[in-house]
Ligand binder design. Sequence first.
Ligand SMILES: NC(=O)c1ccc[n+]([C@@H]2O[C@H](COP(=O)([O-])OP(=O)(O)OC[C@H]3O[C@@H](n4cnc5c(N)ncnc54)[C@H](OP(=O)(O)O)[C@@H]3O)[C@@H](O)[C@H]2O)c1
Length: 268
Amino acid sequence: MRRTIGFIGGGNMGEAIIKGILKSKLYKSEDIMVSDIRKERLKYLKSAYQIKAFDNNPEMVKECQVIILAVKPQNAKNVLEEIKGVVSPEQLLISIMAGISTSFVEDFFSKSIPVIRVMPNTPALVLAGMSAISLGIFANEGHSQIAAQIFKAIGETVIVPETLMDAVTGLSGSGPGYVAVIIEALADGGVKMGLPRDLALKLAIQTLLGTAKLLKETNLHPAQLKDMVTSPGGTTIAGLHMMELGGIRGILIGAIEAATKCSQELGK
Ligand SMILES: NC(=O)c1ccc[n+]([C@@H]2O[C@H](COP(=O)([O-])OP(=O)(O)OC[C@H]3O[C@@H](n4cnc5c(N)ncnc54)[C@H](OP(=O)(O)O)[C@@H]3O)[C@@H](O)[C@H]2O)c1
């Protein structure tokens, strides 16, 4: 079979992955396909990326080596029912549907279909995502490498046992929401102290982005960086004191605990 990839669901995340695999030259546009129930999405994706569009999921699946399930979790059952007769063990199914386990997908098929579950996050839309990858029981090392290549095109990847997927969802999956609130609050602080809103927001965003880049590129432990920027009797320790009084660490730890438990509940 040709090295082809097809997306069931050409929404936000489907488009982000299409953009990434084209930019990284992992697939040629003629080898990428998309199937969606929205005619206007198909028209847009076809003209924006010169890919092949289908309004019928099984028809597209028949032509693909790798199939990405990128519909909302509530549509999982319908889509799997639709394609279960046309998927073969030579193909690879990759599901990005939040909370849907590999065994849920595998159980639709009478054959041993390789299934991989991936939890990407929203920064994938600007090719700066964090994707965690888990293998189903019929997926092997080769399948794992295919999935890693695809998701490296939209950011960083890690391979994790599926038992950790709920905690991944609580941290990197839900994380963009926490970080957005932190950035907004930093900007609000700047506004309170007299900065214009747009300037405060620019300072807050670049400070977060720059600090994350610094930690990533130097491998400094966050505590080392905090000590480096905290001079005796200075401004940063004054600010940090207020953060500790407010319980910032406990709040963030609690946020991830709550989101993980919520993900566990939703998966039941
Ligand atoms: N967006 C993120 O940041 C993010 C992060 C992690 C994981 N995910 C996961 O990624 C998946 C896709 O998310 P998304 O944000 O890209 O969703 P989305 O923008 O809603 O895209 C899904 C697309 O699939 C279409 N669709 C619905 N039923 C279909 C069917 N039976 N056959 C073919 N297409 C169908 C939808 O059309 P309608 O709108 O008409 O239903 C929509 O165009 C979800 O399962 C989500 O859990 C997303």
